[in-house]
Design a protein around this ligand. Structure first.
Ligand code: ATP
Length: 233
């Protein structure tokens, strides 16, 4: 579904991503893990069209997207939940979800609000409340609900566990598994290697802008290198 080949990204003179290649098959959860500053967010933002690569290609459902405008990329079925959520604080929960559906022209939108409220009951309870009044975990749910309202084929999640209490982290990860079960493919970027690899079909480990390891979620979880560097063992 998504193929990234020989991707390099620069910020001025600084090279943040070095010749990175990976892919995501339809129906998978793929986790990209790595420490602070490894280049995870840069890769996601490049896939979403917010940053242009200096080299390499990105293909999504057999179409090159590395030069496509971000809104066209969303329309083609790829939606990103950014790091730190970035919900529209002054808009209500309902209005935030409407923003997610903004580019859609089909008539199924109403039904999809019902689906989102089913997945995240707390959003239904608070749909007329300003997003600013939600807790961090609830804002993460709203950001995910908003992304789902664009009806993506592929959902990109940037550190959904960041800053959340363990109980919320477990809830968010179980919802990610549910999203996959319902047919949406997921690319997950995380510092929380344990959680991210536990639910992943496959994963990649990123260090200073390069992929240094890849394998099934299970194999990476039991790899000595991953344990030492990311799982505190
Ligand atoms: P984090 O988990 O902290 O977000 P990350 O793995 O997502 O880390 P990136 O944010 O992609 O890492 O950063 C990769 C590298 O690029 C870092 O060295 C960072 O300092 C640098 N970088 C990121 N954004 C910019 C920018 N706008 N200008 C210059 N350098 C940047």
């Amino acid at each position: 579904m998504l193929t990234v080949e020989n991707l390099s990204v620069h910020y001025g003179m600084i090279q943040a991503v070095h010749d990175v290649s990976f892919h995501v098959n339809e129906g998978e959860i793929v986790s990209l893990i790595g420490a602070n500053g490894a280049g995870k967010t840069t890769i996601l933002r490049t896939i979403s069209g917010l940053i242009r690569p200096s080299e390499g290609t990105i293909s999504f459902v057999d179409q090159p997207i590395q030069k496509m405008a971000p809104q066209k990329i969303v329309s083609s079925g790829l939606s990103q939940v950014p790091e730190g959520r970035h919900v529209f604080a002054g808009l209500t929960v309902q209005e935030n979800l409407e923003m997610g559906a903004f580019l859609r022209k089909d008539k199924q939108v109403k039904e999809d609000y019902t689906q989102v409220f089913k997945k995240f009951p707390v959003l239904g309870e608070r749909k007329n409340q300003d997003a600013a009044t939600l807790s961090g975990g609830e804002q993460q749910m709203l950001a995910m609900g908003r992304a789902l309202m664009s009806k993506p084929k592929l959902l990109l999640l940037d550190e959904p566990s960041m800053g959340l209490a363990p109980i919320f982290i477990r809830e968010i990860f179980s919802i990610i598994e549910e999203i996959k079960a319902q047919g949406t493919t997921v690319l997950l970027i995380e510092q929380n290697a344990n959680m991210a690899l536990s639910i992943a079909d496959r994963g990649y480990v990123l260090e200073t802008g390069k992929i240094v390891l890849e394998g099934t979620g299970e194999a990476l979880l039991s790899s000595e290198e991953v344990k030492k560097a990311y799982l505190g063992g």
